[in-house]
Design a binder for this molecule. Structure first.
Ligand code: SF4
Length: 315
């Protein structure tokens, strides 16, 4: 299963997600990652799966669901898939639907990666830091990744890419939200010149239990410092399209395999599919656990967040 959704996205409309990489395949291990800690970081690109199989699944889903956008994302870094450029070209040959890529940006300094991404319509790299020290503290990259090369790569992409370039910034209290860190980040962003900047805060259970959302006064400071940006500091709800799933169990586990699911949304899935008792059963079987984070309860796969302590589990 390489394709999921379509799911409503605030930025992309009804977005059909494509994950061309195995779960938890990434070049970073961000402190806020909702997939938990990454164990084996990698920077080498690979053909993880047969590209024809991925394409067939995408085109099939496009025919049946007619999404607003096809988005390469994944449970890790999608540019690690060596076939992403070929896949984008094939999608463009077979449909009129815009293609977006959400990436951590770590490989964009490479010409082959920029060449692949330039075939898309929207690129959304992340940049959480304005200097090397904050970068290492926040994103904990593979040792082969260099912060200055990352920024150079983003600048080169801006110069070469004719589509829309958005930047994603995740703010973590006490890590990258000091006035000094934000000032340096502003300089980096102004040098890259993206079309839009989106600030987000950790809203789902993060890899490290100490990760916190910045305070209200910091968020106001950010809004003033970056008047052209958009700030999202609430949990984006994800309404699954029930026609893609056979059972409540499949719907809930599918979403939890990508990110922690709001408990109330899982209850809504149970209700819509007349399948009460599914959540309780999945927890009793050890498939899911329930956890509280930032005023909300979430369900997540029971092996995804080993870094959380037992006391943090509310079930
Ligand atoms: S947040 Fe994204 S870039 Fe960071 S470790 Fe998780 S998947 Fe990788």
């Amino acid at each position: 299963m390489y394709v999921f959704g379509p799911i409503p996205s605030r930025r992309l409309g009804r977005s059909l997600g494509v994950s061309p990489i195995p779960p938890k395949t990434c070049s970073y291990s961000c402190v806020y990652c909702q997939l938990g800690r990454m164990k084996n970081l990698q920077v080498d690109r690979e053909s993880f799966f047969p590209k024809q199989d991925i394409l067939a699944e995408i085109l099939d889903a496009v025919r049946t669901s007619n999404p607003d956008c096809i988005t390469f994302t994944g449970d890790g870094e999608p540019t690690l898939c060596r076939d992403i450029g070929w896949l984008i070209v094939q999608i463009k040959l077979n449909s009129q639907i815009p293609v977006a890529v959400i990436t951590n940006g770590s490989l964009i300094h490479r010409k082959d990666v920029r060449q692949d991404l330039k075939k898309s319509d929207i690129i959304i790299p992340s940049l959480d830091a304005g200097n090397e020290k904050v970068f290492w503290k926040t994103n904990r990259p593979h040792p082969g990744i260099d912060y200055h090369r990352l920024v150079m790569g983003l600048k080169a992409l801006r110069f070469e890419f004719c589509g829309e370039l958005f930047l994603d910034v995740m703010l973590v209290k006490g890590v990258n939200d000091t006035k000094e860190a934000l000032g340096e980040l502003k300089s980096a962003i102004e040098a890259i010149k993206p079309d839009k900047v989106f600030f987000q805060t950790p809203t789902r259970p993060p890899a490290e239990s100490w990760v916190e959302v910045p305070g209200r006064s910091t968020l106001s400071y950010v809004k003033n410092l970056f008047p052209y940006s958009v700030l999202y500091d609430d949990v984006e709800s994800e309404q699954v399209e029930m026609n893609e799933c056979l059972t409540a169990k499949q719907a809930i586990v599918n979403i939890c395999s990508r990110h922690p699911l709001l408990f109330e949304q899982a209850v809504e899935i149970e209700r819509r599919l007349s399948s009460s008792g599914t959540i309780r059963q999945l927890i009793d079987e050890g498939v899911l656990k329930k956890m509280k984070y930032h005023h909300h309860s979430f369900l997540l796969l029971d092996f995804g967040h080993q870094t959380m302590s037992e006391e943090e589990r509310v079930i």
